[in-house]
Structure formats: C-alpha cells, structure tokens
Design a binder for this molecule. Structure first.
Ligand code: MSP
Length: 525
C-alpha cells in the first residue's frame, strides 16, 4: 500500500455547539478528501474532538456531571453533526480515548528522556476560555483583556516548559524554502513576520493536577496533566500510530516498531498532506506543531491550509446576541447539498466571509433551482418526451468546450481552489442552458426534417448533465447521485475519469426526471 493522502480538520472543543464556522471547515476538508478520492488517490480523512481542559471540567461540574459523562453526551452531538453534513471522515478522534492518551504519553516520555523539558514557575494571567496564558502585553489600550478571552485570572504555579527559541531560525528557513507549507500566501507571510520580529517564548506544557484533573497525566510526574494544546496537536499523530504507520511508530516506540514490522510493513499515513484550520489557530499549527515534530523526529505536514472566519450579517457570531447560524436548522429546511454548495461557493479558502439569509436564498434560486436543477430537469424531460428516454447516437455538440472547461476545473481542484472550481462548474451550467436556448430543441421537435439535429442536441445536453454530476460529486454528493439515478446510471459518480466526453452510450434508457432543488420562497418566510 502506498502512502495515503492524509487530511485533517482541527479538533473541536467538545463544549461548544457546532456552528457555521465549524461546518465550513468540515465541509471544505470533506470536499478536498472527496476530490482526491475521485482522482484515484487513497485518502484518510480525520476529524474529531478536543475534550480536555479547564473549561470542559468547569462546564461538566456546573451541569452536575463528570467530565467523561459530559464529553460522551457532547460527542454524540458532534458525531451526528458530522453525519448531517455528509462527511466521509475515516475516523473520529476524541482526545479522551485511550489510544490518544497512549500516544501523548509516549511522546512526553521520549522528550523527557531526551531532556527537552525544564521546570520553572509561571507568574502571569490565564484565560480558561482560550486555554492560554496571557501577559500584560496582551492587554488592550484600556488595560482590560479582549472579551474573546472570557474571564482572565492571575496565576503563580510550577510547570514544565519546552524551549522554542532554539528552533526559530530553523523554522524560518523551512518556511522560506517550502512556500507550500503555509497557505494561503498571506498567512505564510504573517507567520514569517511573527517569527522574524520577536523571540519565541517557551511553551508551558503542563497544568498542575490540583487545578485541573481532566487531562492526560505526565508519565513522569503524576502531579501534572498535559497542557491541552500539546495534547490536542498530537491527535494528528494518534491515528498513524494507532494504525501502525511504521515510520511514525519507529520515531516514538522503536521496540514496538520492530514487532510491527513483521505484521504490516507498508501502511503509511504520516506526514499529513493537509491540516485544514482556521486563521485563529495558525500559530499553534505553523509554529508550535512543526517544532514539536522536529524534536519528536518526524517530518512536517506538507501543508497547513488556513481558512478565514464567518460572520453573520457583518458581525461576529455569538450566542449571547443570538446571531449564530445553526447549520442543522438550515439543512433541515433547505437540504444538506444547498448548505454545502453555498458555503464553498460563497467563501474562498483564505478571506473572511459573511452569511446573510438573503444571500443564501439568492444563490439557492439562481444557481441551484434555476441553474443546475432546471438544466437537468429540462434536458432529461426533453429526452423523455422526444425520444422516449433513450439516449441517441453520440454527438460532439459541446465536446471541445466542455473538455476545456473540465481541464480548467480539474486544475483548480488539484490546487484546492474549491470556489474557483465551483465557478467553473456554474459557467458550464450556464453555457449548457444557453446552448438549449440557442438550439431550441422544442422547435426542432416540430420539424421531422430536423430529427438528426435534434438527436445531436439531445445527446449533447444529456451528456453535459452526466459530466456535471461527476464534477459536482465532491461538493454536493447527494445531488450528483440523484442526477446519476435519473440518468439511469449506476452511481455514485465518484471517479473524475468519468468527466470525459462521450460516456453515455447510444440506446441507453434513462430513469425518471424529478426536481433536484424545489423552488423556495425566501428563507425565514
Ligand atoms: N480545539 C482547538 C483546535 C485544536 S486543533 C489541534 C479549537 N477548537 S474550536 O472549536 O474553537 O475551533 C475549531 C475550528 O473551528 C478552528 O479551526 C476555528 O478556526 C474554526 N472556527 C471557529 N469559529 C469559526 C468561524 N466563525 N468561522 C470559521 N471558522 C471558525 O480551536
């Protein structure tokens, strides 16, 4: 088995309610995973939950539950959220699982043996909401901390630390030599700016058990648990280790690796190909994580892909003001594909985005109902009406144009330009609808002398629908599958090789056309 294409989302704080921002990250990751599978690669897609930390402990206690009971309940919500989004994740990691604890402890033990940690007192401030230390430098002009940090308390405590500055120049050189490592470019420049402008402070990797019991105990000092970010980042290695990726195992457990080698020599997952994350956690993934991997002795992920943040109606989403988008409510009303389509089409990977109900409804009507939906429905209905639903002899009406468009879309997909790929697909829909208007099959059908011209037109438009299903599958898989069913083809249309012109055979009988996107009035009527 060759190396799998390994792609991950961030892992989500278990105590949060899943919202639009989380859904977006999960969906773009799923689209990339599906694109790769469609291109013939073996893929491993991981998502999951970040369950340890003070905030989770506090929330559980306030609800009269143990942290474990609380996490078990919340993880059910998150897992069903992932299903509602139609994700194709291959595993779902929870940091409270034994397989994860084992890996975190093995890494800590190794780094401790190699004297990578030192002990010192911490004096400063702490935000439990963001699970992070703050200093006076983080104060706003008026002396307070940003409300983003929630309650900030002063702390004096003993902890273990990990020195980062010795690796700073190495990291700068690495990022400069590997332009693909942090994407988009603007984020890469941001990280380089940060690394070049100030010396990295050491990373505190523990919390005293007296303050926080809900965490992974240090294997060499039970009076501490592991700092939640150190614990969380390691999730990306848990699966390669748990599944027996030999190089990953070897870096951490050379003895286990020797036994494994005899059993399964060729399962390969690490390095991750893409970590998809939001811009707010870039420093953790593009600074701390690479340095951790360097000292562990493993190669760095090939790419950290940072997306922007969603707002609603131009404002930060916040439960207290009530302006949150609940993806499940939108999906129940409009369907999962309408939701998937909108978020990818609306927001490119990089900048920030803004959700408006009117914008959603407008795209639904123009691009889904009147665009793809109408094209497929009128094309298949015409084939039914004029040729009893039997595909006519191959014709190359739009073959050249479609082939060029498909090449462009594939090039965008190969570079994870998902929004651009959807624009390309939309253009193809518009072009095919325009071709129908120009060739006017309804007029051709009235003139028996135009029968072979009508055949050409019908083949062309129905073949365009088939190719569109293949192109759309990574984005809106249920719709793509419905198109295939209506075409009478065995699905799913999940192989990009199917986007080549001429796949429909003469004499093939299509199924029954049915509306893909029922027309809707404005959301929130
Ligand atoms: N648990 C940490 C990540 C650990 S990864 C080793 C965390 N969790 S989170 O639940 O707060 O955020 C998870 C992801 O959701 C992050 O990538 C974050 O950027 C993303 N989003 C949270 N709110 C968002 C928006 N409003 N818009 C887009 N994405 C946002 O951080």
């Amino acid at each position: 088995m060759s190396k799998r294409f390994y792609i991950t989302t961030a892992i989500y704080y278990v105590n949060g309610e899943p919202h639009l921002g989380h859904a977006y990250e999960m969906i773009i990751t799923d689209v990339i995973a599906r694109v790769r599978r469609s291109l013939g690669e073996e893929v491993f897609f991981l998502t999951g939950l970040d369950e340890h930390g003070q905030k989770v402990q506090q929330t559980a206690v306030a609800a009269g539950k143990t942290p474990r009971e609380y996490c078990d309940e919340m993880s059910a919500t998150w897992k069903s959220f992932a299903r509602a989004l139609n994700l194709t994740n291959d595993d779902f990691i929870r940091t409270s699982e034994p397989r994860h604890k084992e890996v975190v402890q093995a890494i800590l033990a190794k780094l401790h043996r190699e004297n990578r940690f030192y002990r010192a007192e911490y004096k400063g401030f702490y935000s439990a909401r963001q699970e992070t230390f703050l200093t006076d430098k983080d104060r706003l002009a008026d002396g307070t901390f940003d409300p983003f940090y929630g309650e900030v308390v002063e702390l004096h405590e003993d902890n273990y630390w990990f020195a980062l500055k010795d690796h700073q120049q190495w990291l700068i050189d690495y990022i400069e030599a590997n332009p693909e490592f942090i994407q988009p470019m603007q984020r890469r420049n941001e990280v380089l700016g940060l690394l070049k402008s100030k010396t990295l402070e050491d990373l505190c990797i523990t919390r005293p058990t007296a303050r926080l019991a809900w965490g992974i105990p240090l294997p060499f000092d039970e009076s501490f648990v592991t700092y939640v970010w150190f614990d969380a980042l390691v999730n990306y290695l848990t699966l390669p280790l748990a599944l027996g990726d030999i190089d990953a195992v070897n870096a951490i457990h050379p003895t286990v690796a020797r036994d494994l080698k005899e059993k399964q020599a060729d399962f390969k997952l690490w390095p991750a190909d893409i970590h998809v994350i939001g811009k707010d956690i870039l420093k953790f993934h593009a600074v701390y994580w690479p340095i951790m991997l360097k000292v562990i002795g493993l190669p760095l992920p090939k790419q950290v892909l940072a997306h922007g943040w969603w707002q609603k109606d131009g404002q930060r989403m916040s439960k207290s003001t009530g302006n949150v988008i609940d993806p499940v409510a939108v999906i129940n009303e409009w369907g999962v594909d309408a939701f998937r389509y909108y978020v990818v089409r609306e927001l490119d990977i990089g900048p920030d985005g803004n959700w408006t109900d009117a914008g959603f409804a407008a795209r639904y009507k123009a691009e889904l109902a009147d665009g793809i939906g109408n094209l497929v429905n009128r094309s298949l209905s015409m084939l039914k009406r004029y040729r009893d639903g039997v595909v006519t002899a191959r014709s190359d009406g739009l073959a050249a144009e479609v082939t060029t468009a498909v090449d462009g879309i594939r090039a965008d997909l190969a570079e994870n330009r998902l929004q651009a790929a959807l624009v390309g697909i939309s253009n193809l829909v518009t072009r095919t609808n325009q071709y129908i208007d120009q060739t006017a099959p309804f007029k051709l059908a009235k003139d028996p002398a135009q029968a072979s011209r009508l055949d050409e037109v019908l083949y062309t438009v129905v073949e365009c629908c088939r190719i569109l299903a293949v192109l759309l599958w990574p984005f809106i898989p249920s719709t793509a599958e419905k198109i295939y069913t209506q075409l009478g083809l065995a699905g799913p249309p999940n192989q990009m090789t199917g986007a080549a012109w001429g796949g429909l055979n003469s004499g093939h009988q299509i199924g029954a056309p049915a509306p893909l996107f029922p027309r809707r009035e404005l959301i929130g009527k």
